[in-house]
Write a protein that binds this ligand. Structure first.
Ligand code: DP6
Length: 331
């Protein structure tokens, strides 16, 4: 990944890891306050990492940001400035800031870079402004920028209730469960429609959106209960239902929102075949074409090998459980 160049006095650097939702969030209860319309449950992944450095500086005349070594585009910069504005309001600080952020994985292609990005930025900005950096404070600040980012404040399995201001860890399962995601990367370009506009479009035009919000809480509970009972098959089966319900609501929007590519369907079929052969494997897709396969560590290699030969799959990433957002020594 891109090395950060920002160093010196007043620089705070934080790392956060992307999370994949087993129970999906899609839709806003309150768009102004960025509150989720449905409960979600995710796993934080150590292979998908963002490192972000923040430095408030009285010499700056505006906020500046680089992303993977390049000047950030207006969209991501605007969202980062809004986050910094909240931190300035909370802390009383008036200076502008310099932000440098780097991802270990393709940005904005449906691999949850906004989750790790805003969680890392929240931690680094809170720390640089002298505000508390508890996971709860990071989660609350990150959620205002991106709902899924609230979950990356914590490691392992994390829940975010409908309308909740912050996420909570689902404690106690990680060491024994050895949950693993095997991620089939089907394209590396930026996604066509971002999550925020995609979900608002679904909410505004899809006759299936209401059915989705009605079904989602039950599926969320099934996934949570499956995990608490250490029944990964039950959780996995409900996880597939969650993603397919969500994608059905997107496909019924006008115009339709279809994130899948031929490789997405081929990878889904591959997962079904693996399962027919007794392998523990369940798929989920987000606002992108990649297929993320839930399994246990001991089964990951078989799944990785099978996905690597699926037409259109360009790369496979295997990831175990990652920690919550935290500060690191500035380089
Ligand atoms: C499909 O959290 O990116 O990945 O709150 O508008 O920033 P905003 O949306 P975002 O949406 C993520 C949607 C998802 C499902 C999920 O992660 O739960």
């Amino acid at each position: 990944m891109t090395a950060l160049n920002l160093t010196g006095v007043g620089t705070c650097t934080a790392v956060a890891y992307a999370n994949i939702a087993l129970a999906k969030y899609w839709g806003k209860l309150d768009a102004d306050n960025n509150l989720a319309a449905v409960p979600s449950l995710s796993l934080t992944l150590k292979a998908l990492r963002t490192v972000t450095a923040v430095q408030f500086d009285s010499n700056l005349v505006k906020d500046e940001m680089t992303l993977d070594g390049r000047s950030a585009a207006p969209g991501p910069l605007r969202r980062a400035v809004h986050l910094l504005d909240r931190v300035r309001r909370q802390s009383g600080l008036q200076q502008f800031a310099r932000i440098e952020s780097g991802n270990s994985f393709p940005t904005a292609s449906g691999l949850a870079s906004s989750a790790s990005g805003f969680a890392a930025l929240s931690h680094a900005a809170l720390q640089a402004s002298g505000l508390p950096t508890s996971a709860s404070a990071v989660s609350r600040l990150a959620r205002q920028s991106s709902v899924s980012a609230a979950r990356s404040a914590y490691g392992g399995l994390v829940t975010l209730e409908k309308g909740a201001p912050e996420a909570e860890p689902l404690a106690g399962l990680e060491p024994t469960l050895e949950l693993t995601f095997v991620i089939a990367i089907t394209n590396k370009g930026p996604k066509a429609t971002g999550s925020t506009s995609g979900m608002l479009h679904t909410q505004g035009t899809s006759p299936y959106y209401r059915a989705w919000t009605e079904a989602a809480p039950k599926v969320f509970r099934e996934i949570r209960t499956g995990l608490l009972d250490r029944d990964v098959r039950r959780a996995g089966e409900a996880m597939e239902h969650s993603t397919l319900l969500m994608h059905a609501s997107m496909m019924a929007a006008r115009p339709a929102l279809i994130y899948w590519e031929p490789a997405t369907l081929a990878a889904m079929n591959c997962v079904r075949q693996l399962r027919d052969n007794g392998v523990l494997a369940y798929f989920t897709m987000d606002a992108g074409a990649h297929v993320k396969v839930l399994t246990l560590r001991r089964e990951a290699t078989v799944i990785e090998k099978a996905l690597l030969v699926v037409p259109g799959v360009q790369q496979v990433i295997v990831s175990g459980i990652g920690p919550g957002a935290h500060g690191i020594a500035s380089p």
